[in-house]
Design a protein around this ligand. Structure first.
Ligand SMILES: Nc1ncnc2c1ncn2[C@@H]1O[C@H](COP(=O)(O)OP(=O)(O)OP(=O)(O)O)[C@@H](O)[C@H]1O
Length: 401
């Protein structure tokens, strides 16, 4: 079995040529031949996700079928999702098992996860226990610490991208992942609005991995209340909502933010004092409130890193078990139960609309708020290499497992 975690595109090209010589091209029809598609479980911006079964091994997997056609495999290996995920091997990061291109259609084969966090929250009336929330967050921060340490940040963390099976939670959807060493400016659309960091909302092109920490603060709060913390209806309303919760930034709390706002001729709403998060999240303990408050700091420098978050008193009762020693159970001393049985299939309903890609935040807030009605759909850009002529081949990238 050949491993492609560290090699470049050229080496991959050589492998694929060799692979094709040894494995004659077959017409597999509309689904990858080794798999039987069972049911659609998700419909994202870039692809639809199916629960499927490996016909030979009986293994249940998730197959993401990309909407765009891929006419050469050079294009495929250059996709961020492939480039970043094939380097990740962590129990809290969803595993990419294979990449298959058949008939110009690109499929990602992932390990299958039962639910996403949004599905677990949306019809729920009873609040999650703090133990459950702590267990999930501890795992996500471990996945993030690993990813950040390996040089990637996710940029689109949201409940839909955190996948749960029993007590285990994993980070998914690396379509927007970025190498930390890649060079700013980062100009393309980044992250779903409700979880989008203020520096990104203010169009900083120099944002860092701290955008993931902001998103985690918002997600943690939502896990406690079952309601989004900053449900902005437009980018301007998003900033307004953030000010309403954590108060208008000052030259002490976020000097760089005031400069950013000046650069784009944006005025923060004056003198919002904000509210103590314990008022908005009454079920959370002081430790939880303290962690969420620091994650949702205006100034990215004041947000903890994932490794620092793991050291927070909120996680005092958790401990790290090396993956090789794990019995396959949760990482907290008191393993919680997810509390939901059966399969909740993904509803295709989108919770967010009204994103204005590259919209300029100009003028005063009331003018900005009127932008809300101008929203169209979510648009993201992927780096694509030049398209090459169509060839009917199958390409399999075998990943480190
Ligand atoms: N490995 C998996 N196991 C089970 N379900 C999954 C898996 N991966 C994705 N899904 C489901 O499919 C949905 C969409 O997947 P994903 O986020 O990867 O697609 P996308 O096109 O990148 O979406 P987005 O619009 O969020 O960017 C997820 O929210 C999840 O419910």
């Amino acid at each position: 079995m050949q491993v492609f975690s560290e090699i470049g595109v050229e080496s991959l090209a050589h492998f694929c040529n060799a692979f094709l010589i040894q494995n004659p091209v077959k017409d597999f029809g509309k689904t990858p031949s080794r798999y039987k598609l069972i049911k659609e479980v998700g419909d994202g911006t870039f692809g639809s996700v199916w629960r499927a079964i490996n016909k030979l091994s009986g293994e249940v997997v998730a197959i993401k079928k990309m909407k765009k056609k891929y006419y050469s495999w050079e294009e495929c290996v250059n996709l961020r999702e492939v480039k970043s995920l094939r380097r990740m091997n962590h129990p809290n990061i969803v595993k990419l098992k294979e990449v298959i291109r058949e008939n110009d259609i690109l499929y990602f084969v992932f390990e299958y996860m039962e639910f996403n966090l949004y599905q677990l929250m949306k019809h729920r009336e009873k609040l999650f226990s703090e133990v459950e929330i702590r267990n999930w967050c501890f795992q996500v921060f471990q996945g993030l610490a690993y990813m950040h340490q390996r040089g990637y940040f996710h940029r689109d963390l949201k409940p839909e991208n955190l996948l749960v099976t029993k007590d285990i939670i994993k980070i998914a959807d690396f379509g927007l992942a970025r190498e930390i060493s890649s060079h700013p400016p980062y100009t393309e659309y980044v992250s779903t609005r409700w979880y989008r960091a203020p520096e990104v909302l203010l169009q900083s092109y120099l944002y860092t991995l701290k955008v993931d920490m902001w998103a985690m603060g918002a997600i943690m709060a939502e896990l406690f209340t079952l309601h989004p913390l900053f449900p902005g209806t437009s980018e301007a309303d998003e900033i307004y909502k953030i000010c309403g919760v954590i108060g208008t930034p000052t030259k002490d709390s976020w000097p760089d933010g005031l400069n950013l706002a000046r650069t784009i001729n944006y005025q923060f709403p004056p003198q919002f004092a904000g509210v103590h998060l314990s008022v908005l999240i009454p079920s959370a303990t002081e430790d939880a409130i303290n962690l969420i408050t620091s994650l949702c700091s205006w100034d990215p420098c004041k947000r903890p890193t994932a490794a620092e978050a793991l050291q927070h008193p909120f996680f005092q009762s958790c401990f790290y078990v090396p993956p090789s020693l794990r019995p396959g159970a949760a990482v907290c001393r008191t393993p919680p139960s997810v509390g939901v049985r059966g399969t909740l299939e993904q509803q295709s309903a989108r919770r967010y609309s009204g994103v204005l890609p590259n919209a300029k935040l100009t003028g005063n807030l009331s003018a900005l708020k009127s932008n809300a009605s101008l929203g169209t759909g979510v648009q993201r850009k992927l780096e694509m290499v030049k398209q090459h002529q169509s060839t009917r081949i199958e390409m399999v990238v075998v990943l480190r497992t």
